[in-house]
Design a protein around this ligand. Sequence first.
Ligand code: ATP
Ligand code: MG
Length: 357
Amino acid sequence: MVKTTRIAVIPGDGIGKEVMEEALKVLAKLQEQDQSLQIATTIFPWSSDYYLQHGRMMPADALDTLRGYDAILFGAIGDARVPDDVTVWELIMPIRKQFQQYVNFRPIKSLPGIASPLANGKDIDFVIFRENAEGEYSNSGGRIYHNQPQEMTIQNTIMTRIGIEKIVQAACDYAHKYGKSKITSATKSNAIIHSMKFWDEHTKNILAQTSPALTLESIYIDALVAYFVERPQDFEVVVASNLFGDILSDLGSAIVGGLGLSPSANLNPEKEFPSMFEPVHGSAPDIAGRGVANPIAQIWSLALLLGHIGRPDTEELIVTAIETVLSEGVVKTADIGGRATTAHMGDAICQAIVKKK
Ligand code: ATP
Ligand code: MG
């Protein structure tokens, strides 16, 4: 008997709900064709609407509920009626923190039929491991001398040796698994002399100890962003602190065709807790409700989830189906220069899966 995998689904707000419908359609199609894909989904309506009704983004025992699942598929959250810090700090952050999802993983891959803003953007294929739990994004710091000329602020960066070792190790493990030979580390130790020197030192140590066969290159962040544009084909696995990784991931998404195509994973590599898979984009209130959002980022996030729970064959099937639809170039949503609806794109990917099987 194959064990049933339990997935918690949080569609969220705006286009999150619309693109999630297509991801679930794809999942249903996969299950229809493959009896061994035993997956049960539970939908949780935690969203801004939920907040407006209940005064909180999710119930008090939500994290306990989620703990019982193998993975979380998340849509997007955000609504003009709810402050941004509420949506982030009361839903996304608690999930990331509670379940020790210290890796933010993003594949940056050029796709057929998608114009890259770079002249030679064709064979870009690398991944980013962004530290997701500490670093520059801490709430340690403050302000003094309010409204006085000497008013000042301090914002602390917190980096731990174990935190650096874990993110770098996760990047090395990926490199081994997928036959990559080089790790690129984003740094700025020439100017940020405490935290970034510490980052460099422990990155180097962990590679020397556990992965001596991998080449390590450390590149200053200012140069690295330029290289992302000038020679993105050179990268294989990029590892970065929270802030640098945030910036690099959005740039990475832009050089291969934009938000509608960019998936991400918040991983707890030890699988002690559920990991969460979500598109990079937000709820896109400007296009919500019109059925025109591109569901590829959400469908690809589902693919990453399936890979994580031990079905890399199914992950590959979905990614190949996405590539097939894009290379045919018939069904395209508005963000990639077409007129297809969200549902058309979902249907086309389902059909490509059927043909492939
Ligand atoms: P939020 O506050 O939830 O982050 P936002 O509008 O700030 O929302 P995004 O939702 O990420 O940010 O959207 C940024 C831009 O990209 C918007 O113009 C949006 O329409 C477009 N966009 C985002 N996702 C998609 C998608 N899946 N398909 C098409 N366009 C998209
Ligand atoms: Mg946004």
